[in-house]
Design a protein around this ligand. Sequence first.
Ligand SMILES: Cc1cc2nc3c(=O)[nH]c(=O)nc-3n(C[C@H](O)[C@H](O)[C@H](O)COP(=O)(O)OP(=O)(O)OC[C@H]3O[C@@H](n4cnc5c(N)ncnc54)[C@H](O)[C@@H]3O)c2cc1C
Ligand code: SF4
Ligand code: SF4
Ligand code: SF4
Length: 409
Amino acid sequence: MNQVLVIGGGPAGLTAAKSLVDRGAEVVLVEKKESLGGNARELTCKGIVECRNCGVCFAIDRANEVLKEPSAEVLLLSEVASAEKSEHGYSVKIKSSPRYVTDDCNGCGKCVAVCPVDGKAIFPPTGSGQPRIHWIDRSKCLHFKKGKCEKCAQVCPTKAVDYEDRAKNVTRNVSAIVYATGIDPVDACEISRLGCGTLKDVISSVDAERILNENGKLLRPSDGKAPKRIAVVQCVGSRSVKLGVEYCSKFCCKYATKISQMLLDTDPEINLDFYFMDLRTLYEPQDEFKLWAKSKKTVKLLRTMPAAVNLGKDGKLALRAASETDLDITEQEYDLIILSVGMKPAGASTELAKSLGIQTSQMGFAPGSMELESRGVYVVGAVTEPMDIEETAVRAIAAASRMHRGASQ
Ligand SMILES: Cc1cc2nc3c(=O)[nH]c(=O)nc-3n(C[C@H](O)[C@H](O)[C@H](O)COP(=O)(O)OP(=O)(O)OC[C@H]3O[C@@H](n4cnc5c(N)ncnc54)[C@H](O)[C@@H]3O)c2cc1C
Ligand code: SF4
Ligand code: SF4
Ligand code: SF4
């Protein structure tokens, strides 16, 4: 194996990159965002009392390992402009946008504090994204818009702000390509009857993960108070013909059960109702969560799907659902409602994917194939089908192993 290109710096791309480096390959990892970690950057570790095997730390650990690897070139804020078949693999043109902050940044955040722009023009990396180097959004920055401001450069203790940074075009010749462009969470507000976007205290699981990751606790967005009655609603935007997401997203039962447990760990007094169709905790024994719920006096599992959420009396959220026997319509009041969203594949049908010969399934995923791998293109991670971080990692290692075997034959 010579050089391998990895497209996507999420759990799949990172695991493949690490596994390839361990097998003696040189890796060029191209990530379009400012930091590594993919969707896991905004997810919270769910193990407050004990590890709950959510897998989130795994992704961030891999990011740090890859960043330390001398045989891995990591190109952030970068995209592949073209990949042309050559005699021994692919000739790849990569375009990197400027970050305007050098590797000397120590993440102190002094620049953000002084930036006068409403909503800021200089940012830390998203969530737990790695490396912890800040970046400037040129479209918002007054230095570029008006040629005036240099406040961030003036306070920076390491002289890391570099307004002269420019876009770079590089070409790499690689023997194979790992395609790991991942997923986009479904927008919970597409299901307006559940109150997303209109009722402040109805939040998506993406919001819940992000808030918990940033603050360690989940407070009501409307008034900052600790919620005492919480509903968790499963299958929002998954298994829905209307939204074109007809499949089970497979990981939302896993993370939602763990978030529920985490919330009870932080406050054992919370009343939590868990609404679901099927409890598809595929990655671990289903009974584990059911037994846990049974052991908690304040937790109820309700096998029914809510029909609507409205604003009830006293500003509480009123959730209407058929009873479990379908005989009555019930209305329950909550302080906070979490909508557990599923996912759609990302990057499966782009021009780049097409140019590499990647084909999509009826559901829009890019499953990859033996034929594609024989041409040096390995599709890995959740862009192939819904999967959690652990499964993503296992499959990425398997793909790296196939690539290594193929190269040594
Ligand atoms: C709300 C929520 C909670 C979750 N909680 C858990 C959990 O607790 N445990 C768990 O195991 N799983 C959880 N998951 C699932 C987990 O996020 C996925 O399994 C995992 O992120 C899949 O990894 P991936 O690398 O395939 O994709 P992604 O994480 O999506 O990474 C893909 C990367 O590729 C980059 N990219 C895309 N296109 C390009 C391009 N053209 N060029 C360069 N880069 C590109 C993206 O910017 C991204 O960094 C959760 C998902 C959601 C939505
Ligand atoms: S002030 Fe400088 S070192 Fe501190 S976060 Fe900003 S750019 Fe980085
Ligand atoms: S130059 Fe000024 S506007 Fe631009 S990021 Fe720095 S502080 Fe913000
Ligand atoms: S994993 Fe659970 S919540 Fe997600 S789509 Fe499947 S059944 Fe619904």
